[in-house]
Design a protein around this ligand. Structure first.
Ligand code: HEC
Ligand code: HEC
Length: 330
C-alpha cells in the first residue's frame, strides 16, 4: 500500500523521487504497553515514550493498520471518508478550506508518518492542555484549530460530518496503540532541536534555491496542475496563515529537517533546516484570524515568542503588515 502525494510523473521523475511506501502493518508493534516490573526498558511512563525492547525489536514507533484492513460497513465508510478528506481536503471539505493545502501536505503519508505529527499519535494525546489557547483542548477542538489556521478556513462545527469522519479515521489509525503515553514519532521532533547559530535569511535563501525551489517554486507558490496543487505553497495567499503552527520556526525547522526535501528527510544539516525555515517564514501569508487591528498588539498577544516572526521587521518589511488576501476556494 502506498500513500503518495499527487505528483505528476514527469515532475516526480525529474526531481529524482522515489516515493516512500509506508511500512507494512506489523503484528507486534514495540510500543505495545508492557506491564510488570520485569519488562525493563519497554515500559512507558507518562513523560517518556515507549522504547523498543531490544535491538532486534527495531520498530520503536507504533505501526497503524494497513489501509486494506479498513473494516466494511458504516464505520468503514466513515473511516474512508475521513481518509479522503485528509488527503484531498479542498475536494472533500472545501467549505472549510481557505488555502491550497490538504491535511496530508504536513501530516505526511495520510497522517501515518512518524515525526510529521501522525494522526494515530494525535488521537491518543487529547484532551490536552495547550498554551496556545490556555485551556484543555478536546481532539475536536484541535481539528478545528487546524482548519482555522493551517487551512486558513472556517472551522466546522463540533458535530459536522467532516469532523466525525476525521475522528473515525484517526481512531482507526490508532487501533492497538497504548493510551496515556506519548508514542515515539508523535508530533514534530522539535524537543531540544536548536540551531548551532542564529538562523540567517541569506543562508536560508540559498538553501531554498538549491533544495526547495524546484518543487515549491521560486516564490514559494508551489505548483499546480489543472488548478490543483501538486506541490504545496509555502507562503503567500494559498498557504497556511499567520496563526498556524507551521509559522513557528521550531515546528517548521523540525518538520523540514525530518521530512524535506521530499523523500530525502534527514539530509539537511540542523543549521540549514533552521535557516530555510527562517527564510520561508520571513514572507507574507494570510493574516492571523485573531488579528486585533494592530500588528504590534497581535504580536504581543499571540506571537510573543522568538519562534514567531509575525510583527518582526525583516529586510525593511514589517511581517504581518501586508498579509496576502484570503483565497476564495469556491
Ligand atoms: C501547514 C501544515 C499543516 C496542515 C496543512 C495541517 N496541519 Fe495539522 N498540524 C500542523 C502543525 C505544525 C501542528 C502542531 C504539531 C506540534 O505542535 O507538534 C499540527 C497539529 C495537528 C494535530 C495535533 C497533533 C498532535 O500530535 O497533537 C492534529 C490532530 C492535526 N494537526 C490535524 C490536522 C488536520 C485534520 C488537518 C487538515 C484539516 C491539518 N492538521 C492540516 C500543521 C498542519
Ligand atoms: C521533490 C519535491 C520537493 C522538494 C525538493 C521539497 N519539497 Fe517540500 N513538499 C513537497 C511535497 C510533495 C509536499 C507535500 C507532501 C505530501 O502531500 O505528501 C511538501 C511539503 C512541504 C511542507 C509542508 C506543506 C506546506 O506547504 O507548508 C513544507 C513546509 C515544505 N515542504 C518545505 C520544504 C523545504 C523547506 C524544502 C527544501 C529544503 C522542500 N520542502 C523541498 C515536495 C518537495
Amino acid at each position: 500500500m502506498k500513500i503518495a502525494p499527487r505528483l505528476p510523473h514527469a515532475l516526480a521523475a525529474s526531481a529524482g523521487l522515489c516515493l516512500l511506501a509506508v511500512s507494512p502493518a506489523q503484528s507486534s508493534p514495540a510500543s505495545t504497553p508492557t506491564t510488570g516490573a520485569g519488562s525493563t526498558a519497554a515500559a512507558a511512563t507518562p513523560n517518556r515514550p515507549a522504547r523498543a525492547r531490544t535491538h532486534a525489536d527495531t520498530a520503536s514507533t507504533f505501526t497503524p493498520p494497513a489501509e486494506k484492513d479498513i473494516p466494511q460497513g458504516p464505520m468503514g465508510e466513515m473511516i474512508r471518508k475521513g481518509l479522503a478528506i485528509f488527503v484531498d481536503t479542498p475536494t472533500h471539505a472545501g467549505d472549510y478550506v481557505g488555502d491550497g493545502l490538504s491535511c496530508s501536505n504536513c501530516h505526511l503519508d495520510a497522517g501515518r508518518r512518524p515525526n510529521a505529527a501522525p494522526l494515530w499519535a494525535a488521537w491518543l494525546r487529547y484532551p490536552r492542555y495547550r498554551s496556545k489557547n490556555e485551556h484543555v483542548n478536546t481532539f475536536v477542538e484541535r481539528l478545528q484549530g487546524c482548519f482555522k489556521y493551517s487551512m486558513n478556513g472556517k472551522p466546522p462545527s463540533a458535530d459536522a460530518a467532516v469532523l466525525v469522519a476525521l475522528q473515525a479515521y484517526a481512531y482507526w489509525l490508532a487501533t492497538g496503540a497504548p493510551t496515556g503515553v506519548d508514542l515515539v514519532g508523535a508530533g514534530f521532533p522539535k524537543q531540544g532541536f536548536k540551531p548551532p547559530q542564529p538562523p540567517d535569511y541569506a543562508r536560508g535563501q540559498q538553501v531554498y534555491q538549491e533544495q526547495c525551489a524546484l518543487c515549491h517554486g521560486d516564490t514559494g507558490q508551489g505548483q499546480r496542475v489543472a488548478g490543483r496543487h501538486v506541490f504545496p505553497p509555502l507562503w503567500g495567499a494559498d498557504s497556511f496563515n499567520w496563526g498556524a503552527g507551521m509559522q513557528q520556526l521550531d515546528n517548521a525547522a523540525a518538520f523540514i529537517k525530518a521530512n524535506m526535501p521530499l523523500s530525502r528527510g534527514g539530509t539537511l544539516s540542523d543549521q540549514a533546516a533552521w535557516d530555510v525555515a527562517y527564510f520561508m517564514n520571513s514572507h507574507e501569508r494570510p493574516q492571523d484570524p485573531r488579528f486585533t487591528g494592530s500588528v504590534a498588539e497581535t504580536r504581543k498577544r499571540y506571537h510573543a515568542t522568538p519562534m514567531s516572526l509575525y510583527g518582526v521587521e525583516i529586510n525593511g518589511h514589517l511581517l504581518g503588515s501586508t498579509p496576502t488576501a484570503r483565497r476564495d476556494n469556491k
